[in-house]
Structure formats: C-alpha cells, structure tokens
Design a protein around this ligand. Structure first.
Ligand SMILES: *Cc1c(COP(=O)(O)O)cnc(C)c1O
Length: 398
C-alpha cells in the first residue's frame, strides 16, 4: 500500500456535483433537499440514529428520538399502505418480498421490462422467473393479458399459481408508466400477491398503493426520495406484513438465546445512520413535490417535442410521455459518430461543453435522459444544446 497515494483519498471529490445539468435518469430524483443536506452532516457518524434505541423493542422502527417510528407510519400512510420499513435499496425490498412470500423452486411472474435487480433478487431467493412479455416497438407496452397468460402457464406447468407477481411501475429502459390496477385484479383472481416496483415513481409522483390494489410496494430512496444511498422502501398491506416481516423464532441450541422481537428478513435493523436521516429530512419536501408531477411531465413532453425536430431522432416507448425518463433513438447522431474523430464520444463531449452531463459517454444511437426536477430554463437549455449540436454536424432541425 502506498501511503502517499492513499493520502489523496482525503480529498475525494465529485466532478459533476454542481455547475452542470445532470440528465442521467438515475440522478434526478435523488438530489438532496436542503434539509437532507444538513441532516447528512448531523447524522454522519456511525450508528447515529441509535442513541435512544428503546431497549425493550430494540428495533430501528421503534426509535422515537429522532422520530423514526412516526416517520415510518407517515410513510405507510403517504403510500396508501399499512406498514412501512426502510431497507437499504429497492432491490433489497424486492428480495425480502420474494424470499418471504415464496419457497425455493417457486415461480414468480415479472414484466419483461423488469430491472436486472428483479431477476437477481429472484435468483438469490432461489426462484424461477416467468416473464410477462411486452408488446412490440415502438411502444413496448406491458399488458394485463400478458400477466394472465403467464400466471395460467405457471398453473399448468406447476399445478399451482406463482407464489408472487411483480410489476415494474415505470421501467428503467423506456420510462413507460403501467397502470397496476388491472394487473392486480388478475393476480388476485388467481390468489397471487402483486409486488409493485415503484423505484422510478414513489417519491416523485403520487402513488397510492391502496387505490392501485398492490399488496407490496418497493421503492428507492436514493433514486426517488431526495435521499442518500443506500435507502430503500418496503411498504405492505396488513395481511402481507405479518408474513414478510415475520419475527425470529430461532433459539441458540446451547445458550438458549432467542430474538423474538427481531424481524428476520431485515436482519434486525437496516439503515442506522446518515442515509435514513436524509430520507426523513426530505420527507416534507417529497410529500409536497409529488403534487407538482403534472408540470414535470409537461417538461418531459416539451423536450421530446424539441428533440424530435432533429433529423433522425425519435422517442421510443409510450407516447405522449407520462413520465420524465425519456428513451431516445437517434439515427442522426449515430450517423455523425461514424465519421467523427471522437466517434460516439462526440455527443457526450459536445453536451458537456454546454454544461450538460449524464448522457452516457460513447452512446449516440440510443440513450436515455430524465428531466425530473429541472427548471423550465434548464429544460430549454438542454433542448437548444441538442439542436445546436445537430446543426453543427449538418443534421436538419425542422
Ligand atoms: C433503479 C432501479 C432499481 C434499483 O433501485 P435500488 O434502490 O438501487 O435497488 C430497481 N428497479 C428499477 C425499475 C429501477 O429503475
């Protein structure tokens, strides 16, 4: 180990923290509120949440100072669910749900646009996956019929329905918003609980799990709740809470020790410090910001309109946009990259020179961006930057 080199760790910096518009889809909803930035410092030390952990319950969700218990109640209410817990990530919430609802070898049905972490969560829980197929291009819609088909397929194959189904509320590729309700109805007809992956929705747009009839909801604090990583949300309807949050029943065979208060799937406690503090501190901001969702969608629709004025550029996925994550296909910029000396990197570099980052370096033919939380001025700047770059390389803008 080179001590001089590790000395530089003391000055780790984030290159794009400020001064740039970051349109990377995963970055928009996790920008801290002012309150959360303060809480981050206040609770930076180790187990900072645990100073007043009540000795009797000895569990994160029972802590009253700071008001963790009260926060979790409000969180459940905000999501139209009965019980809420904070986990480390959306993927952990999905894993916990799969692990506790299913037995190894069981089937789960998931949409074919599910996040990779959905597949890994199922794999770690030792499950088999059936995919409810999306429809063809250019919209790639997920339909209730596809769920019905796969649930029936599992019934035929395994002699019983899948142990659970999961729907990605907004997928991370096309940014398509799917209505969970008709899918929940089909699941329930077959006695299958529905898990909603709300990583890209809860925390940025209004989500009422009760109205949507979902049984379990998984969310991501660092993606959509103006919180630091790692934070995830697991919200449940009462009947499923007992099963998913089952308490420990093990007894040490020599000591006789037991832990009947601890929730097994959470391994007792989850986020015990700064990230949870940011999630709590941002909650008032989040409760308020979801009310402005319509305006956020209008900004996304405006950007699509402006991008599609460029030769060879079109938005894929459902139209018009109902979410701020935009998937762009751009044969025009791709053609430019073929002969540019910087190849596919030219687009990233041209955007960076205009104060915009987050379009993945090297990509031109297909890329994603997210307008969530940008001001109108910033959205207009992004639109103009793309059009300016297009003109510079001889693409027409009509
Ligand atoms: C980002 C994302 C995730 C992962 O969220 P984590 O909190 O990082 O686990 C899961 N699913 C979808 C649909 C996502 O977009």
């Amino acid at each position: 180990m080179d001590r001089e080199k590790i000395g530089r760790y003391r000055e780790i910096r984030r290159e794009y923290r400020s001064g740039y518009i970051n349109v990377n889809p995963i970055q928009r909803g996790g920008i801290l509120s002012e309150a959360a930035r303060k809480a981050l410092l206040e609770f930076g030390d180790g187990y900072s949440i645990c100073d007043f952990c009540p000795p009797k319950e000895a569990r994160l969700d029972a802590i009253k100072r700071p008001p963790v218990a009260e926060f979790m109640e409000n969180l459940a209410q905000f999501l139209g669910m009965d019980v809420a817990r904070v986990t480390t990530r959306c993927r952990e919430s999905k894993f916990i749900a799969f692990r506790m609802l299913c037995k190894p070898g069981d089937y789960v049905v998931v949409d074919s646009l599910a996040h990779y972490s959905t597949y890994l969560a199922a794999e770690l829980a030792m499950l088999k996956v059936k995919e409810a197929a999306h429809q063809g291009p250019p919209e790639y819609r997920i339909t209730p019929e596809a769920y019905a088909k796969q649930i029936e397929e599992v019934e035929k194959e395994a002699g019983r329905p899948p142990a659970a189904a999961l729907l990605t509320h907004v997928d991370s590729t096309y940014g398509n918003l799917v209505d969970p309700k008709p899918i929940a109805e089909i699941c329930h007809e077959h006695g299958v609980p529905l898990i909603l992956n709300a990583a890209y929705t809860a925390g940025v747009m209004p989500v009422d799990g009760g109205k949507l009839q979902v049984d379990i909801l998984a969310g991501s604090g660092h993606k959509s709740w103006a919180a630091s990583a790692p934070t995830g949300i697991l919200a449940l309807k009462g009947e499923w809470a007992e099963k998913v949050l089952a308490r420990s029943s093990l007894r040490g065979e020599w000591t006789g020790r037991s832990f009947p208060n601890k929730e097994v799937a959470l391994l007792g406690c989850t986020v015990m410090g700064a990230p949870l503090a940011t999630l709590i501190a941002s909650f008032p901001h989040v409760v308020e910001r979801v009310q402005r969702w319509d305006e956020e969608v209008r900004k996304a629709q405006y950007l699509v309109e402006q991008l599609e004025r460029i030769e060879g550029v079109r938005q894929l996925g459902v139209k018009p946009k109902q979410h701020t994550l935009i998937y762009v296909e751009s044969e025009g910029f791709y053609r430019v990259s073929k002969t540019h000396k910087r190849r596919g990197f030219f687009l990233y570099e041209e955007l960076r020179d205009r104060g915009i980052v987050g379009v993945q370096p090297g990509l031109t033919r297909h890329f994603k961006l997210n307008t969530y939380g940008l001001s109108w001025e910033e959205v207009k700047h992004v639109a103009e930057a793309f059009q300016e770059i297009a003109r510079k390389y001889g693409l027409s803008v009509h």
